[in-house]
Design a protein around this ligand. Structure first.
Ligand SMILES: *Cc1c(COP(=O)(O)O)cnc(C)c1O
Length: 296
């Protein structure tokens, strides 16, 4: 039987650019994108304990939810095939074909395209289709859960040093909460910076607090959504192209591009004391980048 583990290979790399050098900052990237080419960074950390529980409970069929470009569904499809589960994904909206959908199918995931109205009530969808399937295991959209936060907190245990600041992009906020739990567990004195990638990101503060084990202050930077979820501007795309061309590290526009733009912009505005060590989390999501060629 399969053991639900991946060999974690996620080094920390220093990244250089003229702004960081001018402001005397040392900026590092935690390369969770390198954990696996498809079971992407934070999605693996978020799934790990949920998959372990599914296995413990004798479930063989993972059921989850996402949009037509969901990194979570791709990661789940790949993890399911790797660890011997069957998988079904409810996809929001009418049937489409794109690289992400293709990737899910390639890994054997069954897809059920669902109108936006029915998609809202996920437990009802699960009950309707799989209520009688004792093997089916519910995983929420984006994999958000306390177990997801637990998996993400383990990233902090791997760090080679402490940092004055840590940055992460937020969709549901579960990753950010887990990282803060990890900072607390490791008694680190690190200011956490959460960058919501959605518009009107103030709600993210409450989402993050839902999964925090200990209430901790953090900085929420809501000005870097670039128009909303999966929206871009020419400025963001130019930033990403320059970042990739000058570091050799791929990032994408939905999450990591916005987070690193925020970090670079704040550095330019003297937000950090000279000499600060800053860690940004590369949460992966690169498979989706291949479907975004027309933006570049
Ligand atoms: C899903 C995802 C996130 C957001 O994680 P949350 O736990 O939902 O906040 C960040 N970065 C990437 C690349 C993702 O795919």
């Amino acid at each position: 039987m399969h053991t639900i583990e991946l060999d974690i290979f996620s080094p920390v790399h220093q990244i250089h650019n003229p702004v960081f050098d001018e402001k005397g900052l040392k900026v590092f990237l935690k390369r969770d994108d390198m954990i696996h080419p498809i079971i992407s960074g934070n999605k693996w950390r978020k799934l790990k304990y949920q998959l372990k529980r599914a296995k413990q409970e004798g479930k063989t069929h993972l059921v989850s939810f996402g949009g037509a470009y969901s990194n979570h569904l791709i990661a789940l499809a790949a993890a399911a095939s790797r660890f011997g589960f069957k998988a079904t994904g409810f996809v929001r909206g009418e049937e489409v074909m794109n690289d992400s959908i293709w990737m899910c199918r390639l890994h054997g995931m069954q897809l059920i395209f669902t109108d936006r109205e029915s998609y809202r009530n996920k437990p009802a969808l699960f009950d309707k289709h799989f209520g009688n399937d004792g093997q089916a295991f519910f995983i929420d959209e984006g994999g958000a859960s306390a177990e997801a936060a637990r998996g993400c907190s383990e990233l902090v245990d791997e760090l080679p040093q402490t940092y004055q600041h840590m940055f992460c992009a937020c969709g549901t906020g579960a990753t950010a909460a887990g990282l803060m739990n990890g900072i607390k567990n490791n008694h680190m004195d690190t200011v956490f910076h959460a960058v919501p990638v959605l518009k009107n990101g103030d709600f993210m503060a409450d989402e993050i607090r839902r999964y925090q084990t200990y209430p901790q202050p953090f900085e929420l930077h809501t000005e870097y959504h670039f128009g909303g979820y999966a929206k871009t501007t020419p400025e963001l795309i130019a930033f990403i192209k320059n970042f990739i061309a000058t570091t050799g590290i791929m990032i994408e526009p939905v999450y990591t591009g916005k987070m690193l733009y925020a970090l670079t912009d704040l550095a330019g505005k003297d937000h950090f004391a000279p000499g600060s060590h800053i860690l940004a989390i590369h949460t992966g999501g690169l498979w989706g980048l291949l479907g975004m060629k027309d933006l570049f």
